[in-house]
Write a protein that binds this ligand. Sequence first.
Ligand SMILES: CC(C)(COP(=O)(O)OP(=O)(O)OC[C@H]1O[C@@H](n2cnc3c(N)ncnc32)[C@H](O)[C@@H]1OP(=O)(O)O)[C@@H](O)C(=O)NCCC(=O)NCCS
Length: 166
Amino acid sequence: MPSVHISVTVRPLTISDLATCAWSGGPGHLDAVADALRAPDFDYLAVCPEASGLPVAIGGVNFAPRPGAGEITQLGVHPALQSCGLGTILITALEDRVTARGLTVAELGVETTNPRARALYERLGYRAFDTVRTGWDRRTEDGTVYRYETDCVEMRKHLTSASPGT
Ligand SMILES: CC(C)(COP(=O)(O)OP(=O)(O)OC[C@H]1O[C@@H](n2cnc3c(N)ncnc32)[C@H](O)[C@@H]1OP(=O)(O)O)[C@@H](O)C(=O)NCCC(=O)NCCS
């Protein structure tokens, strides 16, 4: 089968990138990303092919909600490029942001309905420590806002040192 090698860079996501990130979520998702970009305790990164510079994987680490830990959140890889290793590159770079702040713990939540994502996090060293009922506002295509509720497995990883190369 034909194959191509794509070089990627990891850089901060910016507001002007959002016009090219509609693939990353449903209606309202980019509003939440924009809020995160404006938040003081949020580092947001984008993985971009060197050739285009356009984000194909985005996600952030929020330092506000969990004292002593960075919360990795809003992870998304372009649907056409999932299972190629981009999510692993992104998560590793976000973990480096956590250690750069002098913290040694990264945490994340994954819905119980998302076993493939959970399997990836386990492969990367995250361990479940709780399951919580949680929820957030979602918007439909016609602008209706509703409360989405779900069960999330809380996972934690102890980071030993910054990964080389980022
Ligand atoms: C979860 C996700 C961020 C992982 O990024 P990725 O680039 O696909 O991951 P990698 O290529 O580094 O690793 C591959 C593993 O990721 C997981 N994965 C791959 N595609 C996935 C998908 N569509 N949904 C959920 N998990 C997926 C699997 O564990 C996969 O391993 P497998 O191919 O052996 O099943 C990405 O798949 C994605 O954006 N999924 C949809 C949105 C999502 O579930 N976000 C996470 C919410 S907590």
